[in-house]
Design a protein around this ligand. Structure first.
Ligand code: GLN
Length: 289
């Protein structure tokens, strides 16, 4: 059965078969069984909790073909989220395409830090720079907030708008095509948040295939050092924040000291770095002095 699919597999057989194909691939990551199950659920359209009840059911020919096609793509490194079209972030469902970075769990720390600092503000104005899928903007579009989601990529803004609609917050978010904050000069914000591209070009070969070959370079790579967006964003944000306004940015592995130096170079107070679940400094926070 390996490498091709049998005529009438049951759901249980299909999961085993898919997991085996993925196990043999070098490009599909370590979660063969979960991926196989997720892709089959996607084909069959059944909720996770009901999967076990279907184990003995045979697949139709069309379902088998559709599943086989997804398994082959996954085996070549296509991210699972590009095959299902979805990723959950902060407990909310998001559409993803190859035009946007797939939202990562580390970025939830940034959202939590922002909510903690803005929750008592009666009507915070928030800018999300490089919104991509809109993950941060949508998660921060709480009832009293006004959010501006910026991106240089019109295709990304299209995905972000669909995500705002999907999560019923489109009326609280303005979408603006912009290189960083360039298109909204003269406006002012209580918080500027961003998960900018922060990978150095030279790190490209070290990235997993599913990131390197499938996620947008525009969202991943900053330039020769990886710090290029912080160098531009920190002074640009200072101009647009209200006094005591917050700048909150995700940072990459090993970037804390360099980002701290950039912040100390300007008038920022309360500079702080929050760790992710692996204890890697992941969120840079500073208050305009
Ligand atoms: N803001 C988006 C996210 O956090 C996109 C970030 C990016 O593309 N660098 O997922």
């Amino acid at each position: 059965m390996r490498g091709m699919f049998a005529e009438s597999m049951t759901v249980g057989d299909a999961i085993d078969w898919g997991a085996e194909i993925l196990d043999e691939s070098d490009e599909s990551g370590p979660h063969s069984r979960e991926d196989s199950m997720l892709l089959l659920r996607h084909v069959l359209g059944i909720p996770p909790a009901e999967m076990h009840a279907y184990r003995e059911r045979p697949l139709t020919g069309l379902q088998t073909e559709a599943f086989n096609a997804l398994i082959q793509q996954r085996a070549h490194g296509t991210p699972i989220q590009h095959l299902t079209g979805e990723q959950e972030f902060f407990g909310l469902p998001f559409f993803v395409t190859s035009d946007v970075l797939i939202p990562r769990p580390e970025t939830e720390h940034l959202v939590e830090a922002a909510i903690a600092r803005l929750q008592h503000h009666p009507a915070p104005r928030i800018a999300d720079v490089g919104t991509g899928s809109g993950a941060i903007a949508v998660a921060l579009a709480l009832p009293h907030a006004e959010v501006i989601a910026l991106d240089i990529s019109p295709a990304a803004l299209g995905v972000a708008m669909r995500n705002a609609q999907r999560n019923h917050v489109a009326h609280r978010i303005r979408f603006v095509e912009s290189d960083l904050l360039a298109a909204i000069q003269g406006e002012s914000f209580d918080a500027i948040v961003s998960n900018p591209p922060y990978i150095a070009f030279s790190e490209r070969p070290t990235l997993p295939v599913e990131v390197r070959e499938y996620e947008p370079a525009l969202a991943l790579f900053a330039g020769p050092t990886g710090l290029e967006f912080y160098q531009r964003l920190i002074p640009a944000a200072h101009l647009l924040l209200v006094p005591a306004g917050w700048l909150m940015m995700e940072i990459g592995h090993g970037q804390r000291d360099a980002v701290r130096a950039l912040l100390e170079h300007q008038e920022w107070d309360a500079i702080e770095f929050l760790p992710d679940l692996q204890s890697i400094p992941r969120v840079a926070i500073a208050r305009k002095g």
